[in-house]
Design a protein around this ligand. Structure first.
Ligand SMILES: O=C(O)CCC(=O)C(=O)O
Length: 356
C-alpha cells in the first residue's frame, strides 16, 4: 500500500511525458501525409493542421522556423518591378531596417500611411455593404439578422465582419494587395514569394461591457500557417477607448512564449497572465489616426482591446509562405479593377492563387 502511494506522484509526470511522446510521434507522422494531401487537394486535413499547431507549441516555434527555411528554398523571392506604395519608396535596400525591426520587435507602425481619400472610399464601402453580424455571446436571438448594414448609433453586436468576396472587388483593396512597398517588406520578411492569404475587415463595437474572447479581445497567438505577416489598417481614428490593437513586443520570437502557456495550446490569455511574463513596457496598444498601418507577426501575443467608446473599423490583409493550415472559405476576385493588381496578376499570378 505504502509502496503504491509513493509511486503515485511519479506516475503523473511519467504519464504526461508518455502522452507528449505519443503526440509528438503522431504529429511527425501525420504532417507529411497532410502536406501530401494538401498538394493534391489544396485543402489541409484537420489532423495535419492540429499536428502543425502541436509541433509549434512543443518546439516553441523552432518547427515553424525550419519548415519556413525549407519552403523559402522552393519558392524564391520575386524580382519586384516596383517597391513604391503606401509605405513609401522602399527601393535600394530601404526595406532592410523595417524588416530588421519586424524580426526584433514583431511589429512596425506607419501612422496615417493610407491616404485620406482611400480611407473615405473604404468607409463608404463599409457603410453601404451588409456585414455579418457576430454577436459572439451565443444567445439565440432570432430577431438579429445574419447580415446587416452597420449602424454606429445602434450596433447589434460586438463585431461585424465583411465578406472577403465583397472586399476583393474593392479597387483600394485590390491596389493594396498589389502594393509594391507592402510586397517588398512582406517577401523580405518571409524570405520567399508571398501568397495573398486571409482578407478581412470588421467593426468592433462597445456592444458588450466586457472584452469578448471570440472577437479576439483577449491576448492570443495566431497559428494558421508556418509563417505570415499581417497588415492592419485603421479606417477610423483609434484612441484608448476605441479598442486599439495591442501586441506584446518580441513575443513572436522563437522561445518567447513560455512553455506553460504553449502547453495549454491555442488559448485566450487574460491581461494578468500576460503581465506575469512580460514587462509592462513591452505590452503595447497602438492609438493612431485613421489610415495608420500596422505590420505585425501575429505569431506574437496580440488582441483588439475592448471598445468602450466609438466603434473601430479595421482592414486586414495577410501574406503567408504557404496556404497549408487553416482552411478558409474560398473567395474569388470578380473583376480586376485596379491597374496595380492587373499588372501583378500578369507578372506573378501565383501570389493570388487563392483569389484569382
Ligand atoms: O482586432 C484586433 O485588433 C485583433 C485582431 C486579431 O486578433 C487577429 O487578427 O488575429
Amino acid at each position: 500500500m505504502l509502496a503504491k502511494a509513493m509511486q503515485l506522484p511519479v506516475l503523473g509526470p511519467v504519464l504526461a511525458a508518455l502522452r507528449v511522446a505519443v503526440l509528438n510521434l503522431r504529429s511527425v507522422l501525420v504532417l507529411p501525409w497532410g502536406l501530401l494531401r494538401y498538394r493534391q487537394t489544396q485543402r489541409t486535413p484537420e489532423a495535419a493542421y492540429q499536428a502543425m499547431v502541436w509541433l509549434f507549441c512543443v518546439s516553441r516555434g523552432k518547427f515553424n522556423d525550419v519548415a519556413s527555411r525549407l519552403l523559402a528554398r522552393r519558392r524564391p523571392k520575386l524580382p519586384l518591378s516596383s517597391r513604391c506604395g503606401v509605405l513609401g519608396d522602399l527601393d535600394a535596400g530601404r526595406s532592410a531596417p523595417l524588416v530588421e525591426r519586424l524580426r526584433e520587435d514583431g511589429y512596425v507602425v506607419f501612422p496615417g500611411a493610407l491616404p485620406a481619400e482611400a480611407c473615405d472610399r473604404l468607409m463608404n464601402f463599409a457603410q453601404r455593404t451588409p456585414a455579418l453580424v457576430r454577436r459572439m455571446d451565443h444567445e439565440a436571438v432570432s430577431s438579429v439578422p445574419r447580415k446587416a448594414l452597420f449602424d454606429a448609433a445602434e450596433p447589434l453586436a460586438v463585431r461585424y465582419d465583411y465578406d472577403p468576396a465583397d472586399l476583393l472587388n474593392h479597387p483600394d483593396v485590390q491596389a493594396l494587395l498589389a502594393d509594391g512597398s507592402l510586397l517588398e517588406v512582406v517577401q523580405e520578411y518571409l524570405g520567399c514569394e508571398p501568397l495573398a492569404d486571409v482578407l478581412s475587415m470588421w467593426w468592433h463595437t462597445n456592444y458588450h461591457t466586457q472584452p469578448d474572447a471570440e472577437a479576439a479581445q483577449f491576448f492570443h497567438f495566431d497559428m494558421d500557417r508556418f509563417k505570415w505577416l499581417k497588415i492592419f489598417i485603421y479606417l477610423t481614428d483609434v484612441g484608448p477607448e476605441n479598442g486599439p490593437h495591442a501586441f506584446v513586443r518580441g513575443s513572436h520570437q522563437t522561445g518567447a512564449i513560455p512553455d506553460h502557456i504553449l502547453r495549454r495550446g491555442y488559448v485566450r490569455l487574460t491581461d494578468e497572465e500576460v503581465a506575469e511574463h512580460y514587462p509592462a513596457k513591452d505590452v503595447l496598444a497602438f492609438s493612431a489616426p485613421r489610415g495608420s498601418i500596422i505590420l505585425e507577426d501575429t505569431r506574437g501575443l496580440h488582441k483588439g482591446a475592448h471598445v468602450t467608446g466609438a466603434p473601430r473599423l479595421i482592414l486586414q490583409l495577410q501574406f503567408s509562405n504557404t496556404l497549408f493550415g487553416t482552411n478558409y472559405p474560398r473567395a474569388r476576385i470578380g473583376q480586376v479593377v485596379a491597374p496595380e493588381l492587373l499588372a501583378m496578376l500578369d507578372r506573378a499570378p501565383s501570389i493570388y492563387r487563392q483569389y484569382a
